[in-house]
Design a protein around this ligand. Structure first.
Ligand SMILES: C=C(O[C@@H]1C=C(C(=O)O)C=C[C@H]1O)C(=O)O
Length: 378
């Protein structure tokens, strides 16, 4: 057989591609008519059963595992594009994604009652002060769960919860609490975690024998602490408890690793400041409220959804962002209690609930995934 030269093969490919594009255009035109029908009848865009039948049919038209898989991927993508085209039409016809969020110019912060977990001087307290200012009426509860409950039951207007640390990663318990309670993220604030070595006003570094702190904080300062081998390191519940203990026990040979704010609150002296080795250690806190509101200039949306344990389900759902040009900041997954190997995903995207591109993407995810929830736009 005479071998074709490259030019010749490419000419043939060009011809085939031209036909494929023309057919694709015709296919999309038919999908537009399907969308019109769906808008008219209120039917959802996504029809999983029909898509499965389509995949079975087209894979049955080719021989061999490689081609079957290839055709499956090709049609999965085409149907995703088709759905996104239909969502776009729905948005243009004034069809809005159902959500209860109301846009506001500014959040109501005056006179707000704000709850955080821990004790005074803890980092959550620092984050609350940073966001709400020293005039706000702040109070604390024992657990993160309690803080969420305070907001849900209306005793507090806002709760401040850590959600992510730049070195330790996600605060997974708080992702679970976002599901347990129906509070919304209205804002976020970042706090640089800077630990100091704190002692009594009459303490001297050379006399220190014992250092108290939270194990995480001891670890974050290990380079500094281990340079003083004679110091005994003792773990306590949190950094502010350590500072309080040093004050209450009144022993100048004891020190605490905690924030400088905790030092001020408990009347301790800074023996050494910024003793953590990673100087960029930052925690992101979310501000939660019971009202589904978002600032008109909000730039970030947090949402959650569930997916079946099926090959390609995450890949396919994320295409709703890709085809709508929506940028994704973060993705995190948590196991769904009682359903082994099925996951709930938490995603942060760029955008505002009023944008058509965002509405299209959310419409697709709510139809194709399960239990989609918009956790906040801030
Ligand atoms: C075009 C339709 O809408 C969607 C897209 C499909 C496709 O592109 O073939 C199939 C099913 C639906 O999820 C349809 O319902 O027929």
């Amino acid at each position: 057989m005479k071998t074709l030269d490259l030019q010749e093969i490419r000419k043939q490919l060009d011809g085939i591609d031209r036909e494929m594009v023309a057919l694709f255009e015709t296919r999309m035109e038919l999908c537009r008519k399907v969308a019109e029908y769906k808008i008219g009848t209120g039917k959802p865009v996504y029809d999983g059963e029909r898509e499965q039948q389509k995949i079975d049919a087209v894979t049955g038209m080719v021989e061999g595992e490689f081609l079957k898989q290839a055709v499956k991927e090709l049609f999965t993508q085409m149907m995703t594009i088709s759905r996104n085209y239909q969502y776009k039409q729905m948005a243009e016809s004034g069809f809005q994604t159902e959500h209860t969020f109301k846009p506001v110019k500014n959040l109501a912060l005056a006179g707000a009652r704000v709850v955080y977990q821990g004790v005074e001087g803890a980092y959550s307290h620092g984050a609350a002060l940073k966001y709400f200012g020293p005039e706000a009426s702040l109070y604390h509860v024992a657990t993160w769960d309690d803080a969420m409950k305070e907001v849900e039951e209306g005793r507090a207007d806002y709760a401040v919860l850590p959600i992510e640390n730049s070195s330790a990663g996600a605060v997974t318990d708080n992702y679970d609490l976002l599901m347990k309670y129906h509070n919304y993220i209205a804002a976020e604030t970042f706090l640089t975690v800077n630990h100091a070595l704190l002692g009594l006003p009459n303490a001297r570094t050379e006399d220190i024998r014992t250092v108290f702190s939270h194990p995480q904080a001891l670890m974050q300062c290990s380079e500094f602490l281990n340079a003083n081998r004679q110091w005994k390191q003792i773990s306590v519940e949190n950094t502010a408890v350590a500072a309080k203990k040093v004050l209450e026990e009144g022993d100048p040979s004891q020190a605490a690793v905690a924030s400088e704010i905790a030092g001020e609150l408990y009347g301790l002296k800074v023996l050494s400041s910024s003793i953590n080795h990673n100087k960029n250690n930052t925690t992101r806190f979310i501000i939660l409220t019971k009202e589904a509101v978002y600032r008109e200039d909000a730039q970030k949306i947090s949402l959650s959804f569930e997916l079946p344990h099926k090959s390609g389900s995450l890949y396919n759902i994320l295409s709703n962002f890709i085809y709508n040009g929506v940028n994704m900041f973060m993705i995190e997954s948590r196991p769904i209690p009682g359903r082994n190997w099925e996951y709930r995903f938490f995603v942060d995207i760029e955008g505002n609930l009023s944008h058509a591109s965002v509405q299209n993407a959310l419409k697709g995810i709510s139809e194709e995934g399960r239990n989609m929830r918009i956790l906040g736009n801030y």
